[in-house]
Structure formats: C-alpha cells, structure tokens
Design a binder for this molecule. Structure first.
Ligand code: ZN
Length: 442
C-alpha cells in the first residue's frame, strides 16, 4: 500500500473546437469525459465550465464555446486522467472536417493570473495561438492540438476563465444516437409552464415576441435542449418540469458566462473600432437610417475621432424597429461586434444592444394662420411673406411657425430579441441579478 505517500493534485482540463457544422458538440465531449473521470474516482472542485469566447472571431464554429473541468485527484491518477481526456477528444472530434481544430490543455495547481488575463482577452478581443503556446510553456501546462490546433486557445482560455464574477448556469440534455438529426420531440407547453413557474431564475426559454420555444437547437448536434438560469437548482428544476417524448441520454449542469455581457467590456471611441472586436461605442447619429436588402437597417454614427456604419439585422426584432426611428443628431451608445470592411460594405458595427442617451428634437414648420380670419396662409415665395387664400390678407412680415413633435421612442436601452441574441448577450431579465465576486462565494 502506498496510500500514505499519495498526494492530491489540482488539475484543470480545458478543451475546445471538437465540433463542426456537420454535428458534434464540445459540451457533449465534456459530458463523456466527466462520466469517465467519475468512474475513475476523481473529485470535481467546481461545476464544469462552458466559456463563451468572443463571438465575432472569423474562425468560430457555432457558439464559440470552450470547456473546462476542474478536478482534484491522486497524483498517480494524473496520467490516466490525461489519457482518458485525450482519447475521448480524439474519438469524438470531427477530425476529418477542415476547420475543426481541436485542442486540449492540462494545467496543474493554481491558475496563474496571466492565464486569467489571457482568458479575458479571448472573450473580449482577439488572441493568437502563439500567445497561448507561450503561456503553456511558461507555466508547464501540457497541450495537444489536432489539425490547426486552434482549440488550444479556447482550452487555455476556459482554464483561465474562473467565472468568479457574474455567471449563470445551463442544464444541457443530450439525445440518443438514433434520434440525432431528426426533429426534437419535446412538449412545448411544458416549456411555457416551466418558464412561467421559474422566471426570473431561468431566462431565454421562450421568445416573448413570437412565443417560439428557444431551448432546443435546430442542427444535427446531440443536444436535446438547454435550460439557462441563475442557479444550478433553478436549471435542474427546469429540467424536471420539461416533458420530453424522446429519451434523454445524459445531462450536465454547466457553469457559464452566457447571458453576462462578458464580451462587451471595451469602451472605445469610433476611431479605435477594430474588426472582430466586441465594443461599446458612443456617437451621434450622422445619417438617416436606411433599409437594405433583407430588411436590415443601416445608419452611421460619428464622434470627434471618426464615423462608422452600424447595422441592426432583420431578426433582431425590436432593435431593428428602434434603429429605424433614429434621427440625425440622436446620441446613442451601441454594443456589438465589428464586421470588417468587405468589397461591398465598409466596416460595420453589428448592433446587439442600443442605448438612446439623448434624442434630437423633431421639429416641423407650418405656415402661420391668417391674423384676420384664422385660415392657414399660403407662402408667396421665398422672402415674400404669406397670403390668406380666403380673405386675401397679405402679411409680408409673417414667419413660419415651428412645432416640436414628440418622438415615438424614449431614451432607454434596447436589446436584440432573445431569438437572435448571442450566447453572451445579457438579456433584460438578468439586469439587477448580476453576481459579484463576493456574492458568488459560498
Ligand atoms: Zn384671412
């Protein structure tokens, strides 16, 4: 027996980019690894984390989510843990697909501050694989990459994202193999009941504008449904209430940065707006909004450093409607991702949220009333004054009258409809429910 000499080791297992558009899902790979590690007898020190990275990077697959498992295990088990994780990633990844670039990273001990900072940059901006590799070397972490191995970036970022500040939870359920690729069979009315019963401790289950159920994805991936909420208890309760007509193969509760606006941290002036970065930017509306093909609305904003096009896409619903009502001179704060310049379009802010800070006044001018009979006068031509069509009164010194018209919108915050929100977008329901580092401590 060597039990006396056995020490417990902290280990973080981060991985990313095992999926492709053809199917698969990195959270499902996590579910499989978790089961294998539990059988091995390791102790999980936290919920598995699902970390959504900058949604605007050009090479993402779908949701750009990376995973991390944090465990405590006997040091003799370490190699076995790594072996199981690597084996599962290799088996479950769609390696034949160009653009699927899995990576897996192992870090022992405490998470260094530099790795935490790296994670922050991966969520709010653009990082390179080289930066990840340097950190991996510096802190004696281990990494396995496949194809381009870009998943190493997400793997390390998932390790560094501790989710100690604001965070949420998602209970994800998975389908049996034979059902994948077929329409998902769940009782929609049970989702509406669940949502009514549990909100605001669950969010984004139903689209309020269309009544559409949002918990089921559409694609060929193994996810049956996911329920998002504030606590593990709430999402677990939601999972108990939802009725499924097909078997649930397995389910996992993830701790996540979804619904926290974690990507929207960079406030910049318009001159500093860069492609692919999520930004918060203030400016004055410089052009009247126009509708382009597809029903999208475009307008331009400016500040003293420059100007940039902004787009509210048709599926963003209420956001697109309010964008249509913008006027030259309105002061707005926009939250969104930056699409680079293309041959057809200039660099554009894809709006996720729009805050109206100040509305320009909308004035209309009308001809004055006739002082003699009260009828509305007619203009005699520029600088010629006004004449009454009824009594013939001529007033060479009469002036047009300005009226202030009430705008159909008020200064407040508008968010894209839940059906078109990014995973990271903080929905209205979550405002005021944010967790801070202290409230998150138990
Ligand atoms: Zn008159």
């Amino acid at each position: 027996m060597r039990t006396e000499t056995m020490t417990k080791l902290k280990m973080h297992v981060g991985f990313d980019d095992t999926d492709s558009r053809r199917g698969g899902c990195t959270t499902y790979v996590a579910a499989l690894i978790i089961e294998k590690l539990r059988k091995l007898g390791v102790y999980f020190t936290d919920y598995p984390s699902l970390v959504r990275l900058n949604p605007n990077v050009p090479w993402k697959t779908r949701g750009n989510g990376a995973l991390c498992l944090r465990i405590l295990c006997d040091d003799q088990l370490c190699d076995k843990v790594k072996e199981l994780a690597v084996e599962t990633v290799e088996k479950e990844s769609d390696l034949s697909n160009r653009g699927t670039d899995p990576g897996i990273v192992f870090l022992e001990g405490e998470v260094p501050k530099e790795v935490e900072d790296f994670a922050e940059r991966t969520i709010t901006g653009i990082v390179t694989k080289n930066e990840a590799l340097k950190l991996i070397k510096k802190f004696h972490a281990e990494a396995n990459g496949y194809n381009e191995g870009r998943g190493i970036i997400g793997g390390l970022a998932a390790i560094g994202a501790r989710l100690r500040g604001d965070h949420t939870f998602e209970c994800i359920t998975y389908r049996n193999k034979e059902n994948r690729g077929t329409p998902r069979r769940i009782d929609e009315s049970s989702v509406i009941i669940m949502n009514k019963q549990l909100e605001p401790s669950v969010f984004n289950n139903v689209d309020p504008e269309t009544g559409r159920i949002l918990i089921t994805p559409r694609g060929p991936d193994p996810i049956l449904y996911g329920i998002r909420g504030e606590t593990p208890e709430a999402v677990n309760r939601g999972h108990e209430i939802v009725v499924s007509y097909e078997p649930v193969e397995r389910w996992v509760i993830f701790k996540t940065n979804q619904g926290t606006d974690a990507h929207l941290k960079r406030a910049v002036s318009i001159g500093d707006v860069r492609p692919y970065n999520p930004v918060v930017v203030q400016g004055e509306v410089a052009t009247q909004p126009r509708i382009i093909q597809g029903g999208h609305v475009i307008f331009r904003i400016k500040d003293n450093t420059g100007s940039v096009d902004c787009a509210a896409y048709e599926p963003t619903g209420v956001l697109r409607d309010v964008a249509m009502k913008m006027m030259r001179g309105d002061l707005v704060e926009l939250y969104g991702g930056i699409r680079p310049k293309s041959s057809k379009n200039p660099m554009t802010v894809n709006i996720e949220k729009l805050r109206i800070i100040k509305l320009a006044s909308l004035q209309v001018s009308m001809n004055p009333l006739c002082p003699a009979c009260g009828k509305r006068t007619k203009s005699m031509g520029k600088g010629q004054g006004f004449e009454c069509p009824k009594c013939g009164f001529h007033g060479p010194h009469l002036k047009k009258i300005l009226f202030e018209i009430e705008r159909p919108i008020k200064p407040c915050l508008f968010i894209s409809s839940p059906r078109s929100q990014r995973h990271l977008t903080k929905p209205f329901e979550r405002y005021g429910l944010e967790k801070s580092e202290n409230s998150a401590k138990r």
